[in-house]
Ligand binder design. Structure first.
Ligand code: IDP
Length: 158
């Protein structure tokens, strides 16, 4: 049984989710954490980061040529790693479309943000990005593995 749980944990995917400075300053941390937690995903890494400008720009390097790049001021981040079946894709659904004007009600951006430049949260957009972003923001020893006792109620017995 314990062994099964270890296998389950090893196979579970992980994603990088960060509450951006606007979300932190607006006091939305607990609201956002709660949405991932209530869904049934597992928090395996968490920290508040005040990165240097150079470091923060590594995160958005693919957007370097975009006109809004300099406005992407990740000066304060509530950084998290969430684990669970389908968490990368479903995490993006919980977050909603990039532009909060187009995010559905019920999503984090749809419910809590108004403009694209202040859309409060980041989530990895695919497996490769998730791996890269987790490695960028977290050291391996900052991530934990543990059995959440609710798992069998979330996933069933198999
Ligand atoms: P995502 O955050 O939904 O993955 P990306 O296209 O990767 O969206 O853009 C990264 C971030 O850049 C967005 O979350 C948003 O904060 C910002 N951004 C994207 N497009 C615009 C824009 O047209 N104006 C201002 N900021 C933008």
């Amino acid at each position: 049984m314990v062994q099964d749980q270890e296998v389950l944990a090893a196979e579970m995917e992980r994603t990088f989710i960060a509450i951006k400075p606007d979300g932190v300053q607006r006091g939305l941390i607990s609201e956002i954490v709660s949405r991932f937690e209530r869904k049934g995903f597992k928090l395996v890494g968490i920290k508040v980061v005040v990165p240097s400008k150079d470091f923060a720009q590594k995160h958005y390097h693919v957007l370097m040529e975009r006109p809004f790049f300099n406005g992407l001021a990740l000066v304060l981040l509530f950084a998290m790693v969430w684990e669970g079946e389908g968490v990368i894709r479903y995490g993006r659904k919980l977050i909603g479309a990039t532009d909060p004007q187009k995010s559905e009600p019920g999503t984090i951006r749809g419910d809590l943000a108004v403009v694209v430049g202040r859309n409060i949260i980041h989530g990895s957009d695919g497996p490769e990005t998730a791996k890269d972003e987790i490695n960028l923001w977290f050291k391996p020893q900052e991530l934990v593995s543990y059995t959440n006792n609710a798992e069998k109620w979330i996933y069933g017995d198999n």
